[in-house]
Design a protein around this ligand. Structure first.
Ligand code: CIR
Length: 268
């Protein structure tokens, strides 16, 4: 068994000069320099809490390459490498596979007809929760389940948000966060209906849906800056659960539908 532990290794990938061409649900202009500065601050922050941080160069041919979470799902010593749902992102995973292998992980490449973005997969320490979205399909769940056999896989439909983790993340092994929006409520209802919530987790609704994505690093948790109502909830939770929270500005990365978890791959 590999319970949810504090990560000791992080892999991150820099923001490319072509970031203005990143995929977006809402077409708004992107400030590449600001995105690079926010990403650099994120990486410096991660370095405070994770012993080894591997920083990969950006790839100008892949404007979304900084959203490295989507390229793999890591549980214990295993990494399932994505065939990502968006064709323009395919190829990002090659360097990640090599890097994770060199870091000692056993890797398997998901293959057609499976498509998966890591942003649709949440490992809680007890369950592997997979969102079936526009990017991640049932074949991916099958292939993932054949490779990662140590934990039950639970699937939910994700509608109205890009990824599962756009509206859900983990605060600690007992607290699951959900965005206060239809997608967040729908996911929670599906999990509850499958008997996954009661007796396992305490769900907490986060007022700003995008802020429901936090970066769990054991006792230390990054939350997104700029969401005071959500921050108030996190301050209270942190007090109750003996956590330290740190605010990280993500405004420019959020415009390309990124968030805190999507800028790193963390493992023990
Ligand atoms: C995309 O559409 O693929 C990127 N612009 C955003 C990916 C964000 N990934 C994540 O939250 N895991």
């Amino acid at each position: 068994m590999y319970p949810l532990v504090s990560p000791v290794t992080a892999v991150v990938r820099n923001v490319p000069a072509t970031f203005a061409k990143a995929l977006q649900q809402n077409q708004v202009p992107l400030d590449v320099e600001l995105a690079q500065a926010q990403h650099a601050a994120y990486v410096e922050g991660v370095k405070e809490f994770v012993r080894k941080v591997i920083v990969l160069s950006a790839d100008v041919n892949h404007p979304d390459c900084c959203f490295i979470e989507d390229t793999a799902v890591i549980v214990g010593g295993k990494a399932a490498i994505s065939l990502m749902g968006a064709p323009s992102r395919r190829g990002e995973e090659k360097l990640i596979r090599t890097t994770l292998r060199e870091a000692g992980l056993r890797t398997v490449l998901l293959d057609f007809p499976a498509t998966m973005d890591g942003g649709d997969v949440l490992f809680t320490g007890k369950h592997l929760i997979v969102g079936l979205s526009k990017r991640t399909n049932a074949d991916a769940v099958k292939q993932l389940g054949a490779f990662i056999t140590e934990f039950p896989i639970v699937t939910v439909k994700v509608e109205g948000s890009l990824h599962l983790k756009s509206v859900m993340s983990i605060f600690d092994p007992e607290i699951l966060l959900f965005g206060e929006c239809k997608a967040g409520h729908d996911i929670l209802a599906q999990l509850r209906g499958q008997g996954v919530i009661d007796g396992h987790y305490h769900p907490v609704m986060i007022p700003d849906p995008v802020a429901s994505n936090v970066l769990y690093m054991g006792r230390n948790i990054f939350i997104q800056d700029g969401f005071p109502a959500s921050e108030a909830v996190f301050i209270q939770l942190a007090g109750q659960r003996n956590k330290q929270i740190f605010k990280v500005p993500m405004s420019e990365l959020i415009k390309a539908d990124g968030a805190l978890t999507c800028c790193s791959l963390l493992f023990a």
